[in-house]
Every structure is written in C-alpha cells, then in structure tokens.
Design a protein around this ligand. Structure first.
Ligand SMILES: Cc1cc2nc3c(=O)[nH]c(=O)nc-3n(C[C@H](O)[C@H](O)[C@H](O)COP(=O)(O)OP(=O)(O)OC[C@H]3O[C@@H](n4cnc5c(N)ncnc54)[C@H](O)[C@@H]3O)c2cc1C
Ligand SMILES: NC(=O)c1ccc[n+]([C@@H]2O[C@H](COP(=O)([O-])OP(=O)(O)OC[C@H]3O[C@@H](n4cnc5c(N)ncnc54)[C@H](OP(=O)(O)O)[C@@H]3O)[C@@H](O)[C@H]2O)c1
Length: 387
C-alpha cells in the first residue's frame, strides 16, 4: 500500500464514522494492581477501512452512565425529558448526556452560564473568569468536573434544553494503531491505558479509556475513523535503514504496527526497541512477540526499563544513556529515531538523553549535538508522536 489514500476506499470521518465491532480485548497488565492497560482487536471485515503504520484511530466514546445519573440528579430531572442534542437530533436527555455531550470538564461557556444563573452566590467563580485570573481559573478547574459545579449550587433550576445548549459535543479520542494491515488485513489493534484518579473526594475516570476498558465487551460497536500520522512513518524507501524505537507505556503501540509491517514486508534494516513500564513480571506488553521477533530477526535488540522493580526509578532515558555508544554507532549508520508516549515528562527527558549521548560519543559538545539533532529533525530521521 502506498502513502496515498486509495481513491476507491470508502470515506470514514467524523461525520461518517465506521461502526466497527470489538473482536477481542485482553488485559495487558494482569497481576498488576497499580495500572490497567488493555489490548483491543477491532474487526474491519468488509468495511474497506485502510490505514498505515503510524496512523491513529479516532474513537467516539460514551460517557459513564453512573456519571450521567449523577448529573441528572444534580439537575433534579428524570432523564426522560426530550431535548435536541448538539448534532440537532431529538432524544431523551439521558441519551444525549451519554452519547452526544461532553459532561466532564467545565469550560468558560458553562461557568458563565452558572454565574448568570447563580448571581451573587457565584461571585468567586465570576472573578476567576476575568482574563487576568487565568492561572487561578486553571487551578480551580484542575480535577473539577461539571457535576461538582452543579452540586455546588444545588438549588438552581435548569431547563433540560438550556443545560444541553451550553455543553460541547462529545469529542473523539485518538489511539495510536498497534497493528499493520500487511500482517492483520481485517483488523485494527489498540493499546489503551485506563485514566483514573481521585479529585475533590470523587473517583474520576477518563471518558474514552474507561468506556473501552470497563464498559465495552467483545461485540461492542466502536464508532471510529482514521487520523493519519503523516509525520510518523517508517523510512521510505525502507531498504536497509536501521530504526530505533523508544516507546514506554502505551507509547509501544505504533512500534507494534511498525514491527508487524517490517516483518510482513521483510524489511532488511536493523531494529532496536526500547520499552519501559512499571514491573517486568506484569507489564511487559507484547513481550512474547518481541522474543519471537528477536528469534526471527525482525528485531535486533530490545532494551527494557522497569521503573518500580527496585528502589530507584529506571526509565528508558537511563537505558539510552547506558547504551549511548551503540546509539551513536547506529546513528552513524543512518538510523531513524522514533519516540512515542507521554509528552510532558518522558519525551523531553528522552530528548535530553539523546542529545547527551550524541555530544559525548560523537565528540560534538552541547552545541554540536543540538545541531546534529536539528539536522536529524530536518531529514525526518527524528520523529515523535507524543501526547
Ligand atoms: C496522537 C495520539 C495518540 C494517542 N495514542 C494513545 C494510545 O495508543 N494509548 C492510550 O492509552 N492513549 C493514547 N492517546 C491518549 C488518548 O487520546 C486519550 O487522551 C486518553 O485515553 C485519555 O482520554 P480519556 O477520554 O480516557 O480521558 P479524558 O476524559 O479526556 O480525561 C483526561 C483528562 O483528565 C485530566 N486528568 C488526568 N489525570 C488527572 C489527575 N491525576 N488529576 C486531575 N486531572 C487529571 C486531564 O485534564 C486530562 O487531560 C493518544 C493521544 C494522541 C493525541
Ligand atoms: N498527566 C499526568 O500526570 C500523567 C501521568 C501518567 C500518564 N499520563 C498519561 O497517561 C497516558 C498513559 O500513560 P501510559 O500508561 O502510557 O504510561 P506512563 O504513565 O507514561 O508510564 C510508562 C512508564 O514510563 C515511566 N515514566 C514516568 N516518567 C517518565 C519519564 N520522565 N521518562 C521516562 N519514563 C517515565 C513510568 O514510570 P513510573 O510511573 O513508575 O514513574 C512507567 O514505567 C498517557 O497519555 C500519558 O501521557 C499522564
């Protein structure tokens, strides 16, 4: 398949998603009580949906019914009241809150309406809406949901449609595709970490990750479409270009797609995978597959970093530092470097470790290393997909 979209393929997009069924779901973190990450296999049979390694799947989730009931309770309504949802479709408000509206994070439109309705009682919130108080507003919003704001003003009376009209549409979430059509012609695989945390005395759940992890089953329909990852492609033409893939946590997903594709297309270049998670025994996602790939030559090296198997943290960037000489050697052979996963902490730390290894083993100093990495970026040999 080329990088161009096939003209005869059906077009699935935000307005016309494919309703594809989950064929298989498997917990990847069996025996671990500190996190929950799931593998999904979604059936594409007969759909004509096509994708490339590096693409993501955009998924339309459903809200948690328990949260919907809490919101209905806070609004003092039954849930059967008819409303027009943000897509212009008439339905009971319970269904609109479950399937069409964003009901977790409050935004300015919602807060403005709250202030308008609550008047003096919402003076504190009114002040936060002043453009000069942006930091204070963000502080207020951190970990706070719409239901908390409703419960703060329990005597307010809401018309069902009035409430729906201030909510945004429930948006898609993107998941890096963890399979290749070259190996799995009628499937799309995902690796999804459940987002779950406590704030203001309530257990919160990420909308889409909790829907997929906790409220779907084999057979559940997932409305979805492809979000192309044009900047996160394998080298083209591949020939014998070496690849270094750094993907801790769910960052592993696109590299499973890359490796399936490279095996199916018999790519000749060397491949080195860096993976990090919390425990070796319960969180080595797809470890059996990597062992197999090491045996059949699809992978040349796998380097792991287990962060909670010892007193001090060991992360992928520590392994990059440890293997800096070999990384420099691979770079000299034209290796492409790919990074996927957490944007906030991991990606900058990995970036620094790469710079340091290049400065040290390339004898380039800090400035020279920065120039070298910049050139890699320009040559599209340093590609990141971080979130
Ligand atoms: C290109 C791309 C690829 C991606 N690939 C993957 C993938 O392969 N696998 C994967 O699992 N995810 C992936 N993601 C992330 C994914 O899209 C979702 O963002 C993630 O699943 C969370 O969505 P959610 O609906 O479950 O949570 P949401 O309902 O969107 O909630 C998440 C929000 O909750 C808040 N929050 C989170 N933790 C806390 C806390 N401790 N305290 C207070 N507030 C908090 C933050 O505001 C955060 O933005 C990818 C993202 C992008 C952009
Ligand atoms: N906003 C947040 O606070 C927060 C926190 C975690 C994850 N996330 C997001 O949650 C989603 C799923 O995360 P995930 O399950 O894929 O994995 P993850 O939480 O990123 O964890 C994967 C591995 O990376 C380690 N790690 C933590 N900090 C790191 C760093 N600075 N450099 C390198 N490795 C580091 C973790 O160790 P330890 O956990 O033992 O430190 C763990 O072993 C992602 O979207 C991620 O961005 C957000």
């Amino acid at each position: 398949m080329s990088n161009d979209a096939s003209s005869s393929a059906p077009v699935f997009n935000r307005k016309n998603p494919l309703n594809a069924r989950i064929a298989r779901r498997e917990l990847l973190t069996k025996g671990c009580d500190e996190k929950e990450t799931w593998h999904f296999e979604i059936d594409l049979q007969g759909s004509g949906l096509e994708y490339l390694p590096g693409d993501s799947l955009a998924v339309f989730p459903h809200n948690d019914p328990a949260l919907v009931e809490d919101v209905l309770g806070a609004l003092h309504i039954s849930g059967d009241e008819a409303v027009t949802d943000p897509n212009g479709v008439e339905m009971p408000i319970r269904k609109a809150l479950t399937e069409s509206c964003a009901i977790t994070a409050p935004d300015k439109k919602f807060l403005n309406k709250l202030v308008e309705k609550a008047g003096d009682a919402a003076q504190d919130i009114a002040q936060l809406l002043d453009p000069d108080h942006k930091d204070a507003l963000n502080h207020f919003l951190w970990g706070r949901e719409i239901v908390d704001c409703l419960l703060q003003f329990p005597t307010l009376s809401w018309e069902p449609q009035e409430f729906i009209d201030i909510l945004k549409k429930l948006n898609v979430r993107l998941y890096s595709i963890a399979s290749s059509l070259a190996a799995k012609p009628n499937e799309v695989h995902l690796t999804v970490a459940l987002v779950q945390y406590e704030s203001h005395g309530r257990l919160r759940k990420g909308v889409c990750s909790s829907w997929l992890a906790q409220r779907t089953d084999e057979g559940t329909e997932v409305p979805c479409f492809i979000s192309p990852g044009k900047a996160f492609r394998l080298p083209e033409p591949e020939e014998d270009v070496p690849v270094i893939m750094i993907g801790p946590g769910t960052g592993i997903a696109p590299f499973r797609a890359f490796l399936q594709h490279r095996k199916a297309t018999q790519a000749k270049g060397k491949a080195w995978l860096f993976f990090g998670e919390i425990h070796a025994d319960s969180c080595y996602f797809y470890g059996d597959e990597w062992d197999q790939y090491l045996e059949d030559g699809t992978l040349d090296r796998v380097t792991t970093a287990w962060s909670r198997d010892q007193a001090e943290k060991i992360y992928v960037q520590h392994k990059i530092t440890e293997h800096g000489a070999d990384i420099w050697n691979w770079l000299q052979q034209g290796a492409y470097v790919y990074v996927c996963g957490d944007a906030e902490r991991m990606a900058p730390d990995v970036d620094k470790a790469l710079h340091d290894a290049i400065a040290k083993y390339g004898n380039l100093g800090d400035e020279g290393a920065a120039e070298y990495v910049e050139q890699m970026r320009k040559d599209k040999r340093y590609r990141r997909d971080v979130y």
